[in-house]
Design a protein around this ligand. Structure first.
Ligand code: AHM
Ligand code: MG
Length: 334
């Protein structure tokens, strides 16, 4: 039996610290958490309930949608549309923002999410996750339009992810530190297991999809070459390498033992200045990483300072242990 702090208790205690809080935000977070529990169940059942494999449809970015992508997107929307906390939602899986149906009240927050990140890993039973970001609606209680969502990451009031791995975890920041909770399936609650997560400033572990090497820009080429050169190279130490191809798992590893993660700008497809999406991948992860003492940059600028231009905008991402990110950023400045 658990004896620790539940996520519900944690959120309510956080709310008590904010004078004049209405409970709106607490309600919203609770609905997101419920959605993550439901997605965790769906991911966990896997092939038993016939939800593996690809659907016929493609999403707005031309990628084949997995059945679980669609199911997870649906779960997020159904859990969050009814309660009156939101003016609108935006999802990786939807071209346009999701309009809250007329039958429900509108609220003062905006929710952005990637319902199932790393979903190419689902069929091979490797960790996937959900990522979310909460912004204040510039026009509360009015149906949100695209422009309402285009706020820099510094404006996020909360960011988090759920990791569906060997255990299901929820990691959250409300702008003062990062806390991690583990799902106790028997109790049905997330329990605070990783209070005040911090990223060590130094690391000897890097993560990058090296099959893209020939498309990288010189600063990233140089950084990775120097890591590979190990003790005998200019860095004077041996590095280890990991690549899960699941950003949530990657960021979680970095929050646990440090490291640097890179999906840098490359020349593979000139129309895409990176693979990851700013609004519901890079921004929430950058907020979490910074709140844990790490750094997050495109190589050229701090991710959280980017003024978004479109909902599905892609950006280069370099994040993790502060000193290591600074090395890569320094190479970009040269
Ligand atoms: P997705 O949102 O379509 O799942 O793509 C994002 C994922 C990240 O989780 C991961 O870091 C990256 O794509 C892996 O890309 P690649 O397959 O090029 O290694
Ligand atoms: Mg994604």
């Amino acid at each position: 039996m658990h004896t620790g702090t539940t996520l519900t208790q944690f959120i309510i205690e956080e709310q008590r610290r904010i004078p004049g809080a209405t409970g709106d935000f607490t309600g919203l977070l609770n609905d997101i958490v419920t959605a993550c529990k439901a997605i965790s169940n769906a991911v966990n059942k896997g092939a038993l309930v016939g939800i593996m494999g690809a659907l016929e449809s493609q999403n707005v970015q031309g990628e084949v949608q997995k059945k679980l992508d669609v199911i997870s997107n649906d779960i997020m929307i159904r859990s969050n549309e009814w309660a009156g906390h939101l003016a609108g939602m935006a999802s990786e899986e939807l071209d346009e923002p999701y309009a809250i149906p007329d039958k429900y009240p509108l609220g003062k927050y905006l929710l952005l999410f990637d319902p199932l990140d790393g979903s190419s890993n689902v069929d091979v039973n490797i960790s996937v996750g959900s990522i979310f970001s909460i912004l204040r609606a510039p026009r509360p209680n009015r149906p949100a339009v695209v422009e309402d969502f285009l706020q820099p990451g510094t404006q996020q009031v909360c960011a988090g992810y759920a990791l569906y791995g060997s255990s299901t975890m929820l990691v959250l920041t409300l702008g003062h530190g990062v806390n991690g909770f583990t799902l106790d399936r028997e109790v049905g609650e997330f329990i605070l297991t990783h209070p005040n997560m911090t990223i060590p400033a130094d690391t000897k572990e890097f993560a990058i999809n090296a099959s893209n090497r020939r498309f990288w820009e010189p600063p990233v080429q140089r950084y990775v070459e120097e890591c590979l050169a190990g003790k005998e190279g200019p860095r004077g130490k041996d590095f280890n390498m990991r690549w899960v191809a699941s950003m949530v798992a990657e960021v979680h590893r970095i929050l646990t033992r440090g490291g640097i993660f890179m999906y840098p700008r490359d020349t593979k497809d000139p129309s895409k200045p990176g693979k990851l999406r700013l609004m519901y991948e890079a921004n929430p992860m950058a907020m979490i990483v910074e709140q844990a003492g790490g750094a997050a940059s495109t190589g050229y600028e701090r991710i959280l300072d980017i003024q978004p231009e479109s909902l599905h905008q892609r950006v280069p991402v370099i994040l993790g242990s502060r000193n290591e990110v600074e090395v890569v950023v320094g190479y970009h400045q040269n």
